[in-house]
Structure formats: structure tokens, C-alpha cells
Ligand binder design. Sequence first.
Ligand code: M6R
Length: 608
Amino acid sequence: MCGIVGYFGKREASSLLVEGLSKLEYRGYDSAGVAILNEGKLEVVKCKGRLANLEDKLQQKPVIGNMGIGHTRWATHGAPSDVNSHPHTNKKGTVSVVHNGIIENYISLREWLISKGYEFVSETDTEVIPNLVDYYYEGDLLKAVIKATEKMEGSYAIGVLTTHEPDKLVAVRHESPLVVGLGEEENFIASDIPAVLNQTRNVYLLEDKEFVVITKDGVKLYNRLEEEINKEVFHVTWDADAAEKGGYEHFMIKEIHEQPKAIKDTMASRIALGQPINLDDIHITKEQIKNLNKIYIVACGTAYHAGVVGKYVIEKLARIPVEIDIASEFKYRDPIIDENTLMIVISQSGETADTMSALRLAKYKGARVIAVTNVVGSSASREADDVLYTWAGPEIAVASTKAYVTQLIAMYIIALFFSQEKETLTSEEIENIKEEMLRLPEKAEEVLKYKETIQKFTTKTSKHKDMFFLGRGLDYAVAMEGSLKLKEISYIHSEAYAAGELKHGPIALIEEGTIVITMATQEELYDKMVSNIKEVSARGAKVYAFAQEGHTEIEKSVNSASYIPRVMDLLAPVIAIIPLQLFSYYMAIEKGCDVDKPRNLAKSVTVE
Ligand code: M6R
């Protein structure tokens, strides 16, 4: 999983490539590089480390030329190092390639190429690509790339240059994202729209095995049979500022603050008082909903945690059995799926490899698939039967925040829609929930006002190496997400437990001073939660609680309590997660961590 860019036009390529890469660093940031073609000569500059290192190198030794490709890497095959950085080039230095994805059969391809006299210098899977293209090159780069891809198994979005045809850039995608930016006498390729948005708003969203050839005459698209194809231009309407920090110190804190708007936008046009739930992007019929025997919700990481809430609310409101699965596990347990099974995949990026494999398996076995995704034109949106877009806007910080709350909103909307179609709730009950949902943006704003309290609490706890997050019911789902946020950006070890489960083993870990963060927002489970709080306090834990406003008596049982505005229990996760996001954010700042680009992670995980 990496980011790729390419440029051909009248301007100097190198600064445009670096600018594009800066918008893709969220996809990986352990090394970066560019290859520039100038008067038939290929020059490659690449190095280990952040993009800033590459910029330094390019400043010391500028590379001139108006055609080039660039890459920002998240290492899969071979450690982050100069030699493993992209672009990769054949030994003769005639073909250069940037690649996002994984070539699964690279070992056999490499052996085969070695038997033909080719030599390799890196540990990467990618290095087979320039060599394959060189092997098949007979005077036409497009033909050579098509032949090379016929040999390649796995996922890829690649950009290819050759010194033999210095006026041509060829690119193709297969199970990794790729867009083509269409400018005035200049054109771009990139893994994602924000990388080209400062230059153009008109893009082609490529489908699998579509090839693009960029020359001075413009852009042409081809299928694998080398037939020219036509495609609609997608006009990007969202603001370029949405992908910038806009005065905030980090993307993460900006995105936390954007949550009220993201919640509102995701509900807009779908939920209105006195109107039926409107899901015109979902075409499943009343009959099909009634016949559903089971729903699988499948996702990874934060999206999985949104799915845990989804299971709870769909079962409660629509009375359909729901199984929730981690995508990387789903496919390997031979799940029982038929045409009356519905799968809901949740994915911010819509490109996560594990989630996409699960989606494909479900479709292959005859299930209908709804994709809940934030990225228009993503693989999930294209391959699913129905799409429900979460209108969070571009999420850049690796730690997901606004996408998560909009995924929760999507779960409520789907649950209400099914309840409406199955008539498991009265219209009065549905109206009541909708009314409460429409107040969520305002309540999210209110919680954000308490950020200083959270910041102070963070200062008190930042020296601790381990923490526990406890909750029951929906609070357990929130605890899981709070714990993940803390681990991924502040590197503090934390565990989330269903509060009632603690006594079955993990309570042995509680000792004098252990920090336990408890979620107590669920009225029905409140007393039970207080009992669990007492159990850990009695063993020396320092307990911090989050409860709904009005429950001040909890202060008698804990070291410190914070409150969220009163909200229907069912909807509490949307509000209760916000203080936990802020807690992780301030903790990461306190510990001097790189908030937006935590170590070892990438925003979009396009490898299994
Ligand atoms: O793009 P997706 O929603 O499919 O990504 C899934 C996970 O990789 C993602 O949620 C990850 O856990 C985030 N880093 C969480 O903050």
C-alpha cells in the first residue's frame, strides 16, 4: 500500500510530483522517490524516510524534465531502504515503474526473469515489473505493459516510463486505486483525487484492467485487447481545502472538529421528520428484506467497530440476525452464505484488501452486498450491489475519526430503513429516533467544548504504559474504538473489555494505580457498570468514567468523571467516542508522537 503519481505536460515535473505525493503520504511514508524523463534520459532520485528527505535531495540536485512518476511507500516486501524505494528500474535503465499493491507471484516471475539473464538489486516484488516490461518491449510501451500485466498476479496500480518512447506515460490499475487528472495541455495520474485536486477537478476513475496512455496529444484509454474505450469525466465538486489542515495543527484534530458537519451531511436527504427513510442509492426491495435470513457486517479496524454498533442496532430495531466479522478472518472460515444473505461491508477508503476479498466472496456465493464507504468511485462502491456513501469528506489522518461517526450514522440509517420496510417499529418509534438523530450534530458540537477538561485529564495519565477501557453493550463497542485510537497514535498499550468479562480473567492484571477508563452511558446497564467499576477500584485501579449528564452520583465510585450531553442510549456511541478521540489525540501530543502519521501504519491497507 503506497501512493503513486505521474505527470506529463509543459511544467517541471519534479515539484508537481512531490506536491502530489504530499497529499498521498497518508498511504505510506517510509520512503519516497521520483523518476524524470528528460530528452530520452531517465533520472531516478529516491531515498528512505519521509517525503521531506526526498525534497532535500531534489533541492540539492534538481532534476529537470516535464514527464515523470513518483511514489510514497509503505513497505511490504523488503525493509524501508534506499534500494527498496520506488521507482524501480531495469538494469539497463530504460524502463522505470512506480507501483501500489502486491505482485503475489513475484518469486516465480523473478526466477523466470533471472533465467532469461535479468538481474535484481532490491528485495521488492515491484522490481519484476520494469524487467517484465523490458522483456516484452518491441517498440510499443502500451503493448509491453499489457503483456507484462498478463503475467502478473495480485493487485497493482502502476505508472511506467521508458527511454525508448520519451513522450509517453502508461498506467494501469487492478484492484488498487488509480485516477487520471485531466488538465490544460497537461495530465496526471494518482492513487487518489486529493493528489491532483490543486491542478484539476476533472478526472477519470479507472476500472480494473483499464490502461491509460498519456502523450502530448492528450489521454487515451484502452482495454486489455488494446481497444480504445470511452469514459465519463468525473467532476470533483468538493473543496480542495477539505483535504488541507485549515489552520489546525494536525489533520486529526481538524477532522475531530468536522464531525458535527459530517454527521449532518450523512443524514441529509436521507432522514427528515415526517418522511420515510430515503435511501435512493440502495435498491434492495421490501420483499428481499423480508426474506433475509442473515446479515454479515464485515470490516477492519475502526470500520469493524462501527459494525459492532451496526449489529446491535439492526438486531434491536429490525429484528434480523446479524453476524459481525473481521474481514481478514471472514473468508477463511467458510461462512454460510446464500442468496437470502445480505453482506454490509464498511470501509472508509473502499479499497481495504481484506474487506474487498470478503465482498467478492459474498458476491461469488450469491449474497447481495451493500457497501458503506466514504470514497466515491472506490472499489467497494463499484463492486457492491448498493452503496451508502458516508459524507465525511476526505479523511487524511491515519487514525479514523469523522469517518467512524458517519459509519455509525450509516448503521442507524440502515437499521431504521429495514425496520420501516419490515414494520418492526411503529412510525412513531421511528420518528422518535429520527428526531434524536437530527439533534446529534448539535450534541457533538457541545462535547467538543469540553476539550480542555480532556486535555488536563491526559496530562495526569500520560506516564502510564497500560490502560483498560471497559463498557457494556454499546459502550463496549465504544471502548474498543477508544482503545484502538489510543494504541495507534500514542503507542500506549491498551485493552478494551466487556466490563462483565473482566472477572473471568483479565482482572488479574489490575493493580495499584492501573488506569481504567469506563464508559457508563447506557441507562439499562448503568447499575451493572457501577458494580464493575467498584470491582476494579477495590483492586487499586484509578478509574475515570464517562456518563450521561445528570449521573453525578458516579463521582462517588470513581477518581474522576466526565459527562456527555443527554442522548438516547441507542445513539450514545456517536457522542461518547468524541472525548475518547480527544483523549488519544492529546495523549499523542503529550508523548511527542506523530499524530497524523503514526509509525508502522498507513491510511489505506491494500494488502491482505
Ligand atoms: O478504509 P477502511 O475503513 O477499510 O480501513 C479500515 C482500517 O484499516 C482502519 O479503520 C484503521 O483501523 C484505522 N487506522 C483506524 O483509525
